[in-house]
Design a protein around this ligand. Structure first.
Ligand code: HEM
Length: 123
């Protein structure tokens, strides 16, 4: 499989999983946690596949458009990492071995979910 195909498969996978994750209350908690875990894996692969973009951040000149897009992408990156971490901390199914030792908090995943939706439509 070529690198381009591998990137394409990961990207399409994330496009399919995102609406499923946003439909949290429709798909059920346990399924959400499984899909969210797959999404996290795909996102980490996506970061490795596109590491050149990260490496290029300090390079070159910044015009208004590049500043805007880079800030949006970095916000998205932060949310895409916080989302599964806060989700795992609140897990009731897959990660109970973690949550059983920590008191359960509410609200970070919905908050980050809403904000990552707000900044997502870009291209
Ligand atoms: C990038 C991956 C993920 C995305 C985009 C995502 C998205 C969301 C969204 C949008 C909600 C809010 C549902 C609502 O209140 O209407 C939510 C809630 C939740 N998510 Fe995720 N999620 C992800 C990963 C995970 C993972 C990996 C887990 C756990 C293993 C998880 C566990 C939860 C839990 C427990 C809630 C309920 C929060 C509450 O009770 O208020 N999520 N998630």
């Amino acid at each position: 499989m070529g690198k381009k195909n591998a990137r394409w498969i990961v990207d399409i996978g994330m496009v399919i999983l995102l609406p499923l994750l946003m439909a949290y209350s429709l798909i059920g908690e346990a399924f959400h946690e499984i899909v969210g875990t797959v999404m996290l894996a795909l996102f980490l692969i996506h970061l490795v596949q596109n590491r050149k973009w990260l490496i290029a951040i300090p390079k070159g000149r910044y015009n208004a458009r590049r500043i805007f897009q880079t800030v949006l992408d970095l916000l998205l990156l932060v949310f895409m990492i916080l989302q599964p971490i806060t989700g795992i901390l609140m897990s009731k199914h897959l990660y109970t071995f973690i949550t059983s030792s920590i008191s359960r908090c509410r609200s970070p995943p919905p908050a980050t979910g809403t904000w990552s939706m707000a900044i997502r439509p870009r291209k």
